[in-house]
Design a protein around this ligand. Structure first.
Ligand SMILES: Cc1cc2nc3c(=O)[nH]c(=O)nc-3n(C[C@H](O)[C@H](O)[C@H](O)COP(=O)(O)OP(=O)(O)OC[C@H]3O[C@@H](n4cnc5c(N)ncnc54)[C@H](O)[C@@H]3O)c2cc1C
Length: 366
């Protein structure tokens, strides 16, 4: 789309960020016939989605909403409505309706059957092309400002007027894939609190030679336990343990690290089981947030209405995905959170639009 064609026109919904949440949001907006424009900082949509699960994209987990919410931990109450209205089964059915065959693993994780994340991103791309949804790529939004009629979405080359805005700019991990914390800055400039960033689902550092000499090896039938200083087992997860040059990674280690971070543990031990070894480590340092699978922290949930994903401070401003202080374990939970919060935000914006654009009773009688 030519950028000057949108200049000085007001759209119903500007979606800032074309990642998992933004692409899903634009698809829902097309379905609801809510005039939306999708604006993405990078040259293509979904750069991070393409990296998920080593390029295979574990897009959800085939479990009930109750089980999902029990597994997801601290943000469960906030995302409950979003997940109940857009549960894993609905996400899977949505992809099937876009002609994406789905493969289910024994533990319920769902992938595109061809094992390619590109299939997921192309499915969104095809849908947005077929619905003629305007997409502006290579275009970082530099500010989101309130105007009397809505919002000004400011970029280096033009300003777009929008009635509603959805900020879906992601967290701060893997910044090369586009998510650099811009949305949190916009939210802060509009009066929202930001919960400090911490790494979620990240490796733990150790120079122990029993790990380092196995660097590059993966152990699918591993296990990790987190224990308190008195030896009490606080968390126990069976899953992959990987040995790296820097230390430990893999799903069992990632989920343990996330548990430690959320529990705010200062003194803890992790016991890892793999390759007939059973090793215990104390207070290992996590790798930095820029390498994390997910960002813990972001726009404070107290400032956002969980029934609508709308800001409690600025009407017409919505949030979805990792820009919010929400995160889940490994296994398709984080993409599901991005999709479900995006759907709720757009459905709420559409409902708000219908209410505000309904003709007054005086107009109806004319
Ligand atoms: C290596 C890796 C593997 C992962 N594997 C999985 C997995 O298998 N399953 C799973 O469920 N989760 C996985 N995740 C997590 C998951 O990818 C994220 O939680 C999810 O992508 C978050 O979606 P989002 O839309 O909020 O953010 P993103 O997908 O990061 O999208 C944000 C978008 O906003 C754009 N943007 C940022 N700032 C601006 C701006 N100023 N103007 C315009 N656009 C902007 C960015 O360029 C980006 O495209 C993985 C993450 C990583 C890093």
């Amino acid at each position: 789309m030519k950028t000057d064609s949108v200049k000085n026109r007001q759209v119903q919904l500007a979606i800032v960020g074309g990642g998992a949440a933004g692409m899903f949001a634009a698809s829902v907006a097309a379905d609801l016939r809510l005039g939306a424009v999708l604006i993405e900082r990078k040259a293509r949509l979904g750069s991070k989605v393409l990296m998920t699960a080593n390029g295979r994209c574990n897009f959800t987990k085939d479990i009930s909403p109750d089980r999902f919410l029990a597994d997801v931990g601290p943000c469960a109450k906030f995302v409950a409505k979003a997940i109940r209205e857009c549960p894993p089964r609905r996400i899977a059915d949505g992809f099937k309706s876009l002609h994406v065959p789905v493969r289910r693993m024994a533990d319920g994780r769902l992938f595109p059957a061809d094992g390619k994340a590109t299939t997921i991103v192309h499915a969104f791309g095809d849908l947005l092309r077929d619905t003629e949804t305007p997409i502006i790529t290579n275009c970082p939004v530099t500010a989101v400002e309130q105007t009397h009629g809505g919002f000004a979405i400011v970029t280096k080359n033009f300003t777009l007027e929008a009635k509603n805005v959805l900020i879906a700019t992601g967290g701060v991990s893997y910044p090369k894939l586009g998510s650099v914390g811009d949305g949190q800055k916009f939210a802060k400039s509009l009066g929202h609190s930001i919960v400090p960033y911490r790494p979620g689902l990240i490796g733990l550092e150790t120079a122990d030679p029993r790990i380092v000499r196995r660097a590059g090896r993966r152990y699918e039938d591993g296990r990790a336990k987190v224990c308190g200083p008195d030896g009490t087992v606080l968390f126990d997860y069976r899953g992959e343990v990987d040995c790296e040059q820097f230390g430990l990674s893999g799903a069992a280690v990632y989920n343990s690290q996330r548990f430690i971070e959320h529990a705010g543990l200062k003194d803890w031990e992790i016991e890892v089981w793999f390759d007939r070894e059973r090793l215990r480590f104390r207070n290992l340092k996590p790798r930095p947030v820029k390498e994390a699978i997910v960002t813990i922290g972001g726009v404070a949930l107290d400032d956002v209405n969980p029934e609508t994903m709308e800001s409690k401070i600025v009407p017409g401003l919505y949030f979805a995905g990792e820009v919010l202080d929400i995160d889940g374990p490994t296994g398709g939970y984080n993409l599901t959170l991005a999709f479900a919060t995006a759907r709720l935000a757009v459905a709420s914006a559409a409902a708000r639009w219908r209410i505000t654009s309904r003709p007054s009773s005086a107009a109806k009688t004319r």
